[in-house]
Design a protein around this ligand. Structure first.
Ligand code: GTP
Ligand code: SPV
Ligand code: MN
Length: 608
């Protein structure tokens, strides 16, 4: 589409002003059509940036290899530029907004030279839903356009919905690699140096400015930037919750349905849980979202969760027919792969795909790679954060109500992370406030989904540490306020803390995870029904040792370990929270949370 087809004068002027600054060769407005998507993919295949996969193996699919410096979100270069530093709080980087805009304006000056400027009108949530939010991303990356077409609702219907003066969140993006006269990328992923990358959010003016990275959440601005960081700010002001959560539909053998959301940090199992195939007979899991959910009260006083994306940007390594059949099926065609290995016959391969490399590969650097199973130190063929971008409608377990504009009523909310010790397989909060406390103290081992965070365990409250667009202490208060706003506390979802990642002393998984997590979902379902076998403990409500059916290979002793309270471990946990974690929130930490920490510690001491 031509820019003159934009009927929204404010939008048109905003595009023209940014074009005057960035000086692209042309401006193109995206309509989100298949022809447009195909044309852009062809263009990238021709320029050498993308490799078309074998149509007999992966029809309609392509592979990209990014620059080794541009393989994941960069938290050190991500900013919440609120007017005051306190507004960003202790979990975010902050630069004074005028100063940051000045710096970034100079970076944007001429940054699209030699490239096309694409204008992407997109909608998070079903178009026309009163809860959906519209954004417009301007980018100079065809890769970004194609990913956005899969991940969000892009095109004419969004522009029409905006009318002549509708509200949209303005999102700037440039890869930060202008081309000189006659220069081309020569098939090399364009991006800027690390010190020039910025993923900036201006919460008061609700703007997103991204520069220098073309990868994932840094560049697909509907996802983490709009649907989480800016949306948390909107949600705070409007009384709802924007969360890093999957949404699943659980049906029991009698056909009763419960909807469950779960917040786990990046690369900690959301996609896997959302698409799980139960190992218990006649239970069914269906998928509504694998990464983001927006939650709000419905007219009936219950909390409803709405899926806002239309695709999955999923972690490839570890995805096999055994671990996640449905993700593989979703990514079996019409998929964009980034940084995975390429086989000689034009298929993809990655570590943990479930079979050995079928011969020499081209690794994610573009080099020849021959699997050496004897060598534990061998560099992987696929980057640990390599991903597939697949349309949601291709997922065999997609629930029919996935795009319902009012969302689905939530029975249970799960928090969790990767904890090799201390945290049991599952425990339930006593109420919403206690659940908020549990969410606030979640910790997890750092994964490859972030490029620049030291390894080890870090606190990742509500799996939102990198995604809260304002002061995290105020975010905790907002969670408490949402609970208090319930017209009937008994209608609130029950809150659980789960941990699939316990390890034995010799480093083996204590719990098989994946499909066997359905056994824990069953207990959670029973808690919602009021039929679960439970025991009250110092940390919350837990299953009795016989309440969860034991999977094959898990002994009774293992089960006891998974379901017992490690009093000393938890006391250490309390100490760490008190000394090293809660103090950073200062006055912003709700008193109710520090009081719950006192209560927990006292109960643990009494149990010793
Ligand atoms: P983002 O897309 O980064 O937000 O991540 P995600 O939470 O969707 O993570 P995903 O489901 O892709 O899981 C990432 C990794 O965790 C993969 O390597 C999985 O194999 C592994 N994983 C998922 N579920 C389990 C489980 O139940 N047990 C174990 N041991 N590993 C798991
Ligand atoms: C995550 O890191 O939580 C992701 C991938 O889901 S990205 O979209 O790159 O943030
Ligand atoms: Mn995520």
């Amino acid at each position: 589409m031509n820019i003159n087809e934009i009927k929204h004068a404010g939008l048109k002027k905003w595009v023209e002003d940014f074009a005057a600054l960035t000086t692209p060769d042309k401006i193109y407005v995206c309509d989100g059509s298949k022809a447009e998507y195909d044309g852009l993919i062809d263009m990238m295949v021709e320029s050498g940036l993308a490799t078309r996969l074998n149509p007999e193996k992966k029809p309609g699919s392509v592979l990209f290899r990014s620059d080794p410096s541009d393989v994941a979100r960069v938290e050190k270069r991500t900013y919440i530029a609120s007017e005051k530093k306190e507004g960003a709080g202790p979990t975010n980087n902050w630069i004074e907004p005028h100063e940051l805009k000045k710096t970034m304006t100079e970076l944007y000056r001429g940054s699209m030279k030699g490239r096309t400027m694409y204008v992407i009108p997109f909608c998070m949530g079903p178009v026309g839903s009163e809860f959906a939010k519209v954004g417009v991303e301007i980018t100079d990356s065809e890769y970004v356009v194609c990913n956005m077409i899969i991940m969000t609702r892009v095109g004419k219907q969004v522009l029409e919905g905006l009318g002549k003066d509708g509200y949209f969140v303005p999102c700037y993006h440039s890869v930060g690699k202008p081309l000189a006269e006659g220069e081309s990328d020569h098939g090399i992923w364009p991006c800027a140096d690390m010190e020039h990358k910025y993923i900036a959010h201006f919460p008061e003016t609700r703007e997103i400015w991204s520069y220098g990275s073309g990868y994932g959440g840094n560049a697909l601005l509907g996802k983490k930037c709009l649907a989480l960081r800016i949306a948390t700010v909107l949600a705070r002001d409007e009384g709802w919750l924007a969360e890093h959560m999957l949404i699943l539909k659980l049906t029991n053998p009698e056909g009763k349905v419960r909807y469950i959301t779960a917040a786990f940090p990046s690369a900690c199992g959301k996609t896997n849980l959302a698409m799980l195939i139960p190992t218990i007979k006649d239970w069914k899991v269906e998928t509504l979202s694998d990464d983001i959910a927006w939650l709000r009260y419905g007219k009936d006083g219950r909390i409803y969760a709405m899926a806002v994306e239309t695709g999955f940007f999923g972690v490839a390594p570890g995805t096999s027919a055994q671990s996640n059949y449905n993700a593989l099926a979703a990514a079996s065609k019409n998929t964009i792969f980034t940084n995975v290995g390429l086989t000689e016959d034009g298929d993809v391969w990655w570590e943990g795909i479930g079979y050995d490399a079928p011969g020499p590969l081209t690794d994610w650097h573009g080099n020849k790679w021959v699997q050496d199973k004897g060598n534990k130190e061998q560099a992987p063929a696929a980057h640990p954060n390599s991903r597939f971008t697949a349309p949601a409608v291709q997922c065999p377990t997609l629930a029919k109500e996935w795009d319902d504009p009012k969302g689905v009523p939530v029975s249970a909310i799960l928090f969790g992370g990767r904890r090799p010790s201390t945290i049991p397989l599952v425990h339930m909060a006593r109420n919403w406030t206690h659940g908020t406390f549990l969410g606030s103290i979640v910790g997890s081992e750092v994964t490859a989904a972030t490029l620049d965070v030291a390894s080890g365990i870090r606190r990742d409250p509500m799996a939102m540490k990198p995604f809260i667009g304002y002061n995290a202490g105020d975010y905790f208060q907002h969670w408490l306020d949402v609970g208090k706003a319930a017209k009937d506390q008994s209608l609130l979802p029950k809150i659980f803390y789960v941990n699939w990642f316990r390890k034995t002393a010799d480093g083996k998984w204590l719990w098989p995870g994946y499909g066997d997590n359905s056994r824990v979902l069953k207990w959670i379902f029973e808690c919602c029904e009021g039929t679960a076998k439970t025991v009250d403990t110092p940390i919350g409500i837990m299953p009795t040792v016989d309440a969860i059916d034991r999977p094959e290979g898990v002994t009774e002793a293992d089960m006891k370990e998974l379901l017992s309270v490690d009093v000393d471990g938890w006391l250490k946990e309390c100490d760490d929270i008190r000394k090293n974690y809660y103090p950073q929130f200062g006055d912003h930490l709700p008193k109710e949370l520090s009081e719950l920490l006192d209560t927990l510690e006292a109960k643990l001491k009494a149990a010793k």
